[in-house]
Write a protein that binds this ligand. Structure first.
Ligand code: 1YM
Length: 644
């Protein structure tokens, strides 16, 4: 009896400590989940899914089902062993309850293996629980179904047996409703989850992930299941491009406790697209694993090329950049204690990872090249072309630099610059066509608005070699006007305008020009987009006049609304704008440039979606027609003012 009381007291003491733990999460959610924005909301799902992925990596789980329920709550089900329900003696309560109520209790209770959830915000199920109005977990194990429910992280009661299942059934089901008083939005985006779960499936070969949306009018379902894992990831990233050879080169092995998987294939583009992952978490800034991969690549190809007399002894060695031209690669490692470095903790620091990747890739790539001499020759020839182009580009770039060093007025002649010298106040409009450029120059507010008119279509950088890109006048004008330099020379602190506004006609051609411009920015100055400096202007589609009063409509829907409001009279004059050139300076100012009235769309991308952005650009700008048609068809509903 006295023991019983004592136990209860201990339980009570534990409870207090735990409550404080989860209250801290509710007080400072950002510290545990990154942010309380839409991004944080989606992270809740990843936290729960990651636990199931760990179970798959341990070899016990084949399939995970994620459902967005009608009320924007989430259900995640796996067929793993089921979270242990027995008493955890240290905490004196069910292990299940510990997992969901003790901060950082996501860790292994003994036993090896890698934890996916050890990554960026990998703080586990208890954080999700603390940030959910309600959460229910069901575990199927040893012929029984166990259940526990929580409100804002507090258990409603102990773990209970609520039914039976067959002895060979096992798994975990978690259902949670994010707390609307904590998150800025509680509406899930299917596409965001879809992309992340697809990536997770690529990185965990053989694991089946099903995503279903049950919300009204948004019913969707996708299944991701890749027996080939990251090999299929590379094929997916290369779809829409011409690959240089059929095989995806694949290396796999374990060294010094680091499990390494690399897949790669060259395509006929000029971009280096490498995505590196540690324990299934993307490392946008790379780190030791990426360095190890690059070292191995450069060393192995140079060695092979010289050994097989494809390049002569006296020829300059190929640089890593030459060999990586047009290369799509996935570097995925699993490591027990990842150390992340850098300001944003997105760069792997473990030195053993460098050695492991370098030695596994060197060895297996050497073997592959010996077995596939045609492929080897093909890649080396492309690299030699890249080497020559790099030389030519360097000369062209240096010419540009010299020129700007000599002439003090290095800004392009077509640029009508603003007078304010504080970049924070300044914006630059990149305007399609000389005539619209003229109107814009008249209309602008001279102090803070600069105008750079561009002639016709700008060069498609997806299809051009670097030397052609750097000798293109429109591109050079933009580079000098922005002031930041590009690629390795890029320096955001030299940006001359806070806002770069792309202003094109509101038709298909205008959209195409804007896309070309964005492609250029994405490839050569991605930080401008990442840091939110790039915008699209939104010119109106219609001008409506009645009794000398004027309205502008930016979509057909808006036109209808205006007409409904003002009445459909004889004397309504509706003018359909075909292009910016049709507007006089005053109209252009009023509708598109005046900071008080205009609509600007900010172009965004974040590191987590970089691989998907890459695909969008190659799909739209690359050579293959079929994927482009598919993309446009799939996304047509997002393009509001499509004018065909
Ligand atoms: C829908 C979410 O969490 N599945 C899951 C979690 C665990 C296990 C199995 C598991 C792990 C281990 C042993 C082990 C977790 N267990 C724990 C802890 N799906 C989901 N499936 N047996 C089962 O790691 O040794 C934390 S997560 F800590 F209790 F072992």
């Amino acid at each position: 009896m006295s023991e019983e009381i004592n136990k209860n007291q201990e339980y009570g003491a534990d409870q207090i400590q735990i409550l404080e733990g989860l209250e801290a999460v509710r007080k400072r959610p950002g510290m545990y989940i990154g942010s309380t924005s839409e991004r944080g909301l989606h992270h809740l799902v990843y936290e729960i899914v990651d636990n199931a992925v760990d179970e798959a990596l341990a070899g016990y789980c084949d399939s995970i089902q994620v459902t967005i329920e009608k009320d924007n709550s989430i259900t995640v089900v796996d067929d793993g062993r089921g979270i242990p329900v027995g008493t955890n003696h240290k905490a004196n309560k069910s292990a299940l309850e510990v997992v969901f109520t003790v901060l950082h209790a996501g860790g292994k209770f003994g036993g090896g293996g890698y934890k996916v959830s050890g990554g960026l915000h990998g703080v586990g199920a208890s954080v999700v629980n603390a940030l959910s109005t309600s959460l229910d977990v069901q575990v199927c194990r040893d012929g029984k179904i166990y259940e526990q429910s929580y409100k804002k992280g507090h258990p409603d009661g102990p773990v209970k047996v609520v039914g039976n299942c067959s002895e060979d059934q096992h798994g975990t089901k978690v259902h949670f409703l994010p707390d609307g008083t904590i998150f800025e939005t509680t509406v899930y985006k299917y596409d965001v989850l879809k992309q992340r779960l697809r990536e997770t499936a690529f990185l965990t070969k053989g694991l089946k992930i099903i995503l279903e949306d049950k919300r009204e009018g948004e019913e969707h379902c996708h299944e991701f299941h890749y027996a080939g894992g990251i090999k299929e990831f590379v094929e997916y990233l290369n779809r829409g491009k011409e690959s240089l050879y059929d095989d995806v080169i694949y290396c796999e092995g374990t060294k010094n406790g680091v499990y390494v998987e690399v897949a790669m294939q060259h395509n006929d583009s000029f971009n280096d697209s490498a995505y590196s992952f540690v324990n299934n978490i993307i490392t946008p800034e790379g780190g030791t694993h990426l360095t190890g991969f690059r070292n191995a690549l450069t060393k192995t190809f140079n060695f092979y090329a010289k050994n097989n007399k494809i390049i002569k002894d006296n020829d300059p060695a190929l640089t890593g950049e030459d060999i990586r031209e047009g290369l799509t690669a996935i570097i995925s490692i699993k490591i027990e204690e990842p150390q992340f470095e850098g300001q944003t903790k997105q760069k792997l620091g473990n030195s053993e990872a460098r050695g492991a990747v370098e030695s596994i890739v060197s060895e297996q790539l050497t073997y592959f090249l010996e077995q596939n001499p045609d492929v080897a020759k093909n890649i080396i020839q492309k690299s030699v072309l890249a080497q020559r182009a790099r030389e030519a580009a360097r000369s062209a770039r240096e010419a540009t630099r010299r020129k700007s060093a000599l002439e003090n007025t290095s800004l392009p002649g077509k640029l009508a610059d603003c007078s304010d010298k504080d970049p924070k106040n300044c914006e630059i409009f990149i305007v399609e066509g000389d005539s619209a450029g003229g109107s814009a120059k008249t209309a602008r507010s001279r102090a803070t608005q600069a105008i750079l008119p561009l002639r016709g279509k700008i060069l498609n950088v997806e299809k051009a070699r670097p030397d052609r890109i750097f000798s293109n006048e429109e591109i050079r004008s933009m580079i000098t006007a922005f002031g930041t330099g590009i690629q390795d020379d890029f320096d955001i602190s030299k940006l001359r305008y806070d806002k770069i506004i792309i202003m094109t006609d509101a038709d298909v051609d205008g959209a195409h020009i804007a896309t070309l411009m964005l492609t250029f920015l994405y490839r050569f100055m991605p930080e401008l987009i990442k840091q939110g400096h790039v915008y699209l202007a939104t010119p109106p589609l219609y001008k409506i006049e009645k009794n000398r009063k004027v309205w502008y409509a930016y979509s057909d829907e808006e036109l209808n609304n205006i007409i409904t409001e003002i009445g459909r009279d004889q004397n309504n004059k509706i003018q359909r704008y075909k292009g910016l050139g049709e507007m006089d300076a005053e109209q252009l100012w009023e509708t598109t440039m005046d900071p008080e009235n205009r609509i600007l769309k900010r172009v965004t991308m974040d590191d987590e979606t970089a691989s998907e952005v890459d695909i969008t650009f190659t799909t739209l700008m690359g050579d293959k027609v079929e994927p482009r048609r598919e993309f446009i068809e799939q996304n047509a509903k997002y393009v509001k003012n499509l004018d065909i």
